[in-house]
Ligand binder design. Sequence first.
Ligand SMILES: [Zn+2]
Length: 320
Amino acid sequence: MFSAETPIHAGLQPSITSIGKARLREDVLHSTHKGKYKKNRRGLKHLQKLQPALEHLLHEGEVIFYAARVQAPVNVLDQLTWGWYLYYVTGTVLVFTNQRLLHVRIDAGSKWLRIIQSCAWSDVATFKVAGWLSRTITITFKDGKKRRYWAVPARDAKLLAKLVPHLLEAHAGSVSAQGTMRSLCPECKGVLQESVYACAGCGMVFKNERLMIKLAFIPGGAYLYCGRWFLALVDILGESYAVILLVTGVVLVVDALLHPAQGAMSVALMGLVIAGMIFGLDVVITIHHCRRLVREFIPTKKRDRAEPAANLTMSASSGG
Ligand SMILES: [Zn+2]
C-alpha cells in the first residue's frame, strides 16, 4: 500500500486538498518532474470536470496524485479508418491514485462517458514513457498484455516517469488480483466480464455486439446504436450510396437476363461485384468501429432484473 502522505519530490511537502469529496495531492499535481511548483491548469480542469465521477469511483482512503489527458491505444486499422474522429473515440483521462490507475473515457467536452477501466498498481509490471516530439506511455500488465497511450503532453510524461516508479515500487511483491486493466460497471463499480454485456452486481445492461453486428447492415444503424449521431449520418450517406449501387447492379443483371445483348451480362455482373465489395467494406469498417465502442461497455438505462441490489442508488429512471 502506498501512503497518501508519501513525499514524491525532495523539496515539496506533501499537501492534500479536495475536489468536492475526492482528495488530491496538490503538491504532485502542480509540480514539474524536477520538483518545482508549476500550476497544472489542464490537469486541474479535467479533475474538476470529473468531480462527480471521481467522488463516486474512488475508494475509502484513495487519494489522487495526478491526472493526464491522453489518447487511448489504437491499432493500424483504427489509424487508417477513423480519420480525425480518432481523437474523439480515444479521448481519455488517466487518473493516478495511491491505489490504482483509472482509465476514464471522456467526450469532446471533457465530460465523463460513464466508461471506466481500472487496475491496481499490483497489476502493473512495467510503465514506460517514450518519445520526444510525440510521447507515449506503454504499460505492461502482469498477465503480459500491453497498452500504449499516445499524444501524452510533455509535462505529464516527464512527471509520470518520476511518479509511477514510486507507486510500482510500493506495490512490488503484492499479489495481482486482476492481472490487467478491466472495465468496471459505472453504477456499482463491480468488475465486468469481457463479452458479457450485463453487470453481475447490479444488473445494468450494456450495448451488445450481437445486435450491433445485425444493425451494421442498415445504413447508420450500428453507429446510432452506439450513440454516435455524427458517424451515423456519415454512414447513412456512404452506405446508402453502396446500397443504391447494389440495387442498380441487381437491376442491370436482371435486365441482361431479360434482354440478352453482347457483353451486357459481364458489365452488369462486374457492376454488381464492385457494388457488393463497396457495401461489404463499409459493413466491415462499421463493425470494426462499433466493436471498439461496444467493447468499452456503453451503459443503457435497462436492468436485467427488476430490483437492483438494495445498497445501490439508481441514477436514472428505469427506461424501457
Ligand atoms: Zn453494476
